[in-house]
Design a protein around this ligand. Structure first.
Ligand code: ATP
Length: 219
């Protein structure tokens, strides 16, 4: 993200792609403005949070007018660096890795899995959804050649840390970690963790203990 966004709180920054996706749809539908209530209904974030978030973007909604869609869109595009395609590497082409490869990130984002790595000889050299799968031995070389600094990790958990250490040395700055392993990384690296099993378990817990309507703002 550009330096302009440095002062945006992390919880707000995490909602940016969500806002961006919805605003792109509005723009395609020819809408020029949108109210915080409409946005709130569509992205399921309460309107007070939306107003606070948008004030960080310098977007002040006018009463009875709402927000200017074009202004917000160009702000988000700039902030999310959406003008440039971000290449991403996938490490581990198992069930989950394959699903992510087949999932077309480009539909909503300007990010694309451009290369994949595995140790399974049966997969190496093949292509999946147009993406070539390389041997782990070639990882550093290929990442450097393609100038990739973001990786998605979908390997078995016991290998996650040692692969992360290699990625750090190969100048990778961001990891989207789908493994249950909690990773130790240098200060120059950022990890976002998506543990699907934990998310599912937490949904079951919340339903059981809080029901569907009790909502607490969690940031
Ligand atoms: P998942 O649903 O988690 O992807 P899976 O049953 O398809 O699971 P796993 O055993 O979890 O397969 O392995 C995921 C992928 O990671 C496989 O394609 C496997 O070959 C690959 N893999 C295993 N060890 C390593 C490693 N050390 N480095 C890179 N890839 C690995």
């Amino acid at each position: 993200m550009s330096s302009e966004t440095l002062k945006i709180p992390q919880a707000t920054a995490k909602r940016l792609p969500l806002y961006y996706r919805f605003l792109k749809n509005l723009h395609s539908a020819g809408k020029l403005r949108v109210s915080s209530a409409e946005l709130s209904e569509a992205v399921k974030v309460d309107s007070a949070t939306i107003r606070r978030d948008f004030s960080y973007f310098g977007a002040l909604g006018k009463k009875g007018y709402g927000y200017n869609v074009d202004y917000l869109l160009s702000f988000f595009r700039k902030t999310l660096d959406q003008d440039e395609l971000t290449k991403v590497a996938l490490v581990g082409v198992g069930n989950l890795g394959t699903a992510l490869l087949n999932y077309n990130f480009l539909k909503n984002n300007n990010t694309k899995i451009s290369v994949a790595f595995d140790i399974d000889e049966a997969k190496i050299g093949s292509t999946m959804s147009g993406v070539t799968i390389y041997h782990m031995d070639d990882m550093e070389k290929v990442l450097e050649e393609l100038g990739i600094s973001i990786a998605i990790l979908t390997v078995p958990a016991p290998y996650a840390q040692s692969i992360t250490d290699r990625l750090a040395k190969a100048n990778v700055k961001g990891i989207l970690n789908f493994t249950p392993a909690r990773l130790t990384v240098p200060a120059t690296m950022r990890v976002h963790h998506i543990d699907l099993a934990v998310e599912l378990q937490s949904l079951v817990y919340f339903l059981k203990h809080y029901g569907v309507n009790e909502v607490e703002e969690i940031e």
